[in-house]
Design a protein around this ligand. Structure first.
Ligand code: GLC
Ligand code: CA
Length: 548
């Protein structure tokens, strides 16, 4: 299919990320579900997005909020039923919304039937060959097979017991112990995931976000990682991230997706540096798109953002794929809270990186609104994480007792984890649960009292609300032919201003400096993230302009 045909919707799409447990509670148990999402579909259609990506909604013991999947071809009862999922799909399509699901191929739940069969089976059995079991080191096998650490903290290996009760082999889990890594060298694993893809594609699902897309293949022999850190640039010798063999899997998946009418699509979650390695996942015969985390983690500084944009555009142009832009997701502290901190040298991958720094949340919100206009103007497709359109900040002060992210316990309570960006949305009213659940039902994480000012209902009627800004931007993006897929051209501007055109005279200007800035001569203002004073664009403000 040529990229210029209308079917290549994904090259320009704005995708809204639904974290189902926190979106809307339809049955009144304090946990979001499919019924709640179905009831709110008109809100999403009115917002003006093109597609939804739904985080895992499969049966799961919820040791990692659904990323521990026990059955890839059914629906978690907390969220509803397969029949409800099918009804949702039909209703979304009727509203013009595409639907992407989340597939988790690197690992499954320890409650998945395969792992339950593997545990009592003998070393070397076909049941164990679906996972990565190895004998331990040392005379009694009491040391893990290698030095790999779990992303959530602690060793990436857990020892099992044999049928006779004696300590046995170890199994690999790059994440929680309840998430055993699958063995992608085993053709049975690949075949089962193809079955899962077909199961959902056959029901009309438009595509998948691929969880930990760069982790499936491990280097033969499982060599020690040594002194490497996860954040350094990847190369061919990393033992488990971005091992080149992973690309063969995605070529197969692409063939499968292309066999459907219309073709189904993929977006990779792959935390990879440098961009030249990332875009290998979006070569023409592999995945369609990949999240671009370089831009997400960049501080609010014009030269850094511009370099991230240029670097991303050049790398993607080399393979002909559209870039994606994303400001947040369910793993990252919300943009308002990241941008509320002093930006120089800030790394903001986890909440713990932010907590030591003083915060000005008014500044954070101003910058997040400007960042929204920036990302929505950039070439390619864009993701909005639920609540960004309401300008919600990270909930930084959740009490220990309510934290559910496995990171908290697995780091010995050193890391506060990712719950702060997963707090249920405020829909209406002035008191918790703000229409998320029925009034008497506490949501699964407590909401801040101040969210009464920020409900979707309150913002719907305020002309200068963040919700109104997103709606206006998404509407313009639909009607302006220069937006979405394509290229950009930088225009001359002061050092702390980003200014570029998208063709058809459309321009985006972002002021990241401390002084107000004049608009380019003759520019007509289409939309701004904050009021202009005397025709000047204030600090931390963005505007969309028509250049005459
Ligand atoms: C991805 C998910 C994250 C999950 C992890 C393990 O990074 O986004 O939420 O914990 O994979 O599946
Ligand atoms: Ca519910």
């Amino acid at each position: 299919m040529s990229p210029s045909t209308p079917a290549a919707w994904w090259r320009s799409a704005v995708v809204y990320q639904v974290y189902p447990r926190s979106f809307a509670d339809g049955n009144g148990d304090g946990i979001g579900d499919i019924a709640g999402l179905r009831a709110r579909l008109p809100y999403l259609a009115a917002l003006g997005v093109d597609a939804l990506w739904i985080n895992p909604w499969y049966p799961s013991p919820m040791k990692d909020a659904g990323y521990d999947v026990a059955d890839y071809r059914d629906i978690e009862p907390l969220f509803g039923t397969l029949a409800e999922a099918e009804a949702l799909l039909g209703e979304a399509h009727a509203l013009g919304l595409k639907l992407l699901l989340d597939i988790v191929p690197n690992h499954c739940s320890d409650q998945h039937p395969w792992f339950q069969q593997a545990l009592p089976a003998a070393p070397g059995s076909v049941e164990r060959a679906r996972f990565i079991f190895r004998p331990g080191l040392g005379a009694d096998g009491s040391r893990p097979p290698n030095d790999w650490q779990s992303v959530f903290g602690g060793p990436a290996w857990t020892r099992t017991r044999n049928a006779d009760g004696q300590p046995g082999d170890w199994y690999l889990h790059l994440f929680a112990p309840e998430q055993p890594d699958l063995n992608w060298d085993n053709p049975e694993v690949a075949a089962d995931f193809e079955r899962t893809l077909r199961f959902w594609f056959d029901r009309g699902v438009d595509g998948f976000r691929i969880d930990v897309a760069h982790g499936l293949v491990k280097l033969p022999g499982l060599p020690d990682i040594g002194q490497r850190t996860v954040s350094e640039d990847l190369d061919e010798n990393h033992p488990y991230w971005d091992v080149p063999g992973v690309h063969a899997i995605y070529r197969q998946w692409r063939t499968l997706a292309d066999s459907y009418t219309p073709p189904r699509v993929f977006v990779a979650e792959a935390w990879i540096n440098p961009a030249e390695r990332l875009v290998r996942y979006v070569r023409p015969d592999e995945l369609h798109t990949s999240f671009n985390f370089d831009f997400l983690v960049a501080p609010w500084q014009a030269p850094v953002l511009r370099a991230a944009i240029d670097n991303t555009l050049a790398a993607h142009a080399s393979v002909g794929a559209p870039p994606t832009w994303v400001l947040g997701n369910h793993d990252i502290p919300r943009p308002v809270s990241r941008y509320a901190r002093p930006q120089a040298g800030l790394t903001a991958r986890w909440l713990d990186d932010l907590l030591p720094h003083p915060a000005d949340f008014a500044v954070g919100l101003r910058r997040a609104r400007a960042a929204a206009l920036l990302t929505l103007a950039l070439p390619g497709s864009c993701y909005i994480y639920q609540g960004e359109e309401l300008g919600l900040a990270e909930v930084e002060d959740l009490p220990d007792a309510v934290l559910q992210d496995p990171m908290f316990e697995q780091t010995g309570r050193q890391s506060r984890g990712r719950d702060g960006c997963r707090v249920p949305l405020p829909w209406s009213g002035t008191q918790a649960p703000f229409g998320f659940s029925p009034d008497s039902v506490p949501p699964w994480l407590p909401q801040p009292a101040a969210w009464g000012q920020q409900t979707a209902e309150a913002q719907a009627t305020q002309a200068d609300s963040t919700l109104a800004l997103y709606r206006a931007a998404l509407q313009l993006r639909r009607t302006e032919p220069g937006m979405g897929d394509g290229g950009l051209q930088w225009l001359p501007a002061p050092a702390d201003v980003l200014l570029f055109t998208r063709g058809n005279g459309l321009a985006c200007m972002v002021n990241l400096g401390a002084a107000a800035q004049p608009l380019p001569a003759g520019a007509q203002l289409l939309l701004a993230s904050g009021a202009l004073a005397a025709g000047l664009l204030a600090p931390d403000t963005a505007a969309w302009l028509r250049l005459l």
